[in-house]
Design a protein. Structure first.
Length: 309
């Protein structure tokens, strides 16, 4: 069973399994945290296996001697399995399995990010066809259809833009919706969701990964709801949410919910019950002297798993 410690096995199985398992193990504890800290934890553990594949192999470093099992995926590919006991057929089968464990994760990462890039490009083209006009930090779509008029979303990865339909921009709910979308844009939620989505999709054989992605999306919405709540009050945010639920039910709405490329006021993948309960309950706040240790602990946890595995 020595093959269980080979680099390709560690990176293809143990590291993503540990990362996803840690999130599930910390789920009850993290549920008590504010949305910002929950989001950071979910995104951090989502990209941990991806970071682990990029840890350099430095054979002459003291860390290499301390962690003799740790090597990058490329090392595992170039150094095949040796010394496996058993028949020659089993040796050949083991070698093929190790080759698959080396190549499949790298191919999955490439395919996942290419698919994500294509989806981002399609979203950009859809937005361009809507021909939005800039009004301050908001872009207004003056389409004639109900779908275009009821649009509310944040698109773009590096330079996120808030896209609103003309009916939304002129409604009494505009202030709460704009504050919600500004939170998405200011925190670069589309970029982080894109990275988390592509990273988790790369490890499609790991169970429980979809729950981590759902947490990333949910906490992004809760974070934005909290910002809008601080600006306009919980009642205004709830009213705007109800209005967007009605608009979402109308047929023909442009699909800007690309994987990680957009974050709408009403995301179809979000549990509305969680958002409603959060608005009905007192806001979860954490003073800076408590929040920063939580964020530092998240960074330490992600770094430790990435390096050790």
């Amino acid at each position: 069973m020595s093959w269980l410690g080979y680099p390709q096995v560690l990176l293809a199985w143990w590291c993503p399994l540990v990362a996803v398992g840690l999130w599930h193990a910390l789920r009850r504890l993290s549920a008590r945290l504010p949305a910002r800290e929950r989001f950071a934890l979910a995104v951090g553990l989502a990209v941990t296996p991806l970071l682990a594949t990029a840890v350099p192999y430095m054979p002459h470093s003291p860390l290499r001697d301390a962690l003799p099992w740790r090597a990058p995926m490329a090392w595992g590919i170039s150094n095949g399995i040796t010394g496996i006991d058993g028949q020659h057929v089993l040796q050949a089968l083991g070698a093929q399995l190790m080759l698959a464990a080396s190549v499949v994760p790298l191919a999955s990462i490439a395919v996942s990010f290419v698919a994500g890039a294509i989806q981002v490009a399609r979203t950009g083209r859809t937005v361009a066809l809507l021909a939005p006009q800039q009004c301050g930090d908001v872009w207004i779509v003056h389409g004639e259809g109900q779908a275009e008029q009821g649009l509310a979303s944040t698109v773009g990865l590096v330079r996120p833009r808030i896209i609103l339909g003309s009916a939304v921009a002129d409604s009494s709910d505009a202030s709460a919706i704009i504050e919600h979308e500004r939170a998405h844009a200011g925190a670069y939620h589309p970029l982080w969701i894109f990275l988390a989505t592509c990273a988790l999709r790369s490890w499609w054989w790991i169970p429980g990964r979809k729950a981590v992605l759902a947490e990333v999306r949910l906490t992004a919405e809760l974070w934005a709801d909290q910002n809008a709540r601080e600006a306009d009050g919980a009642a205004a945010v709830a009213k705007a949410l109800c209005a967007q639920i009605e608009a979402k039910a109308r047929p023909g709405r442009p699909d800007l919910s690309a994987t990680g490329a957009s974050t709408g006021f009403l995301d179809p993948g979000i549990e509305l019950a969680h958002r409603a309960r959060a608005l009905a309950a007192p806001p979860r706040v954490m003073p800076a002297w408590q929040a920063w240790p939580v964020r530092i602990a998240t960074g330490v946890l992600v770094s430790a798993v990435s390096i050790l595995l």
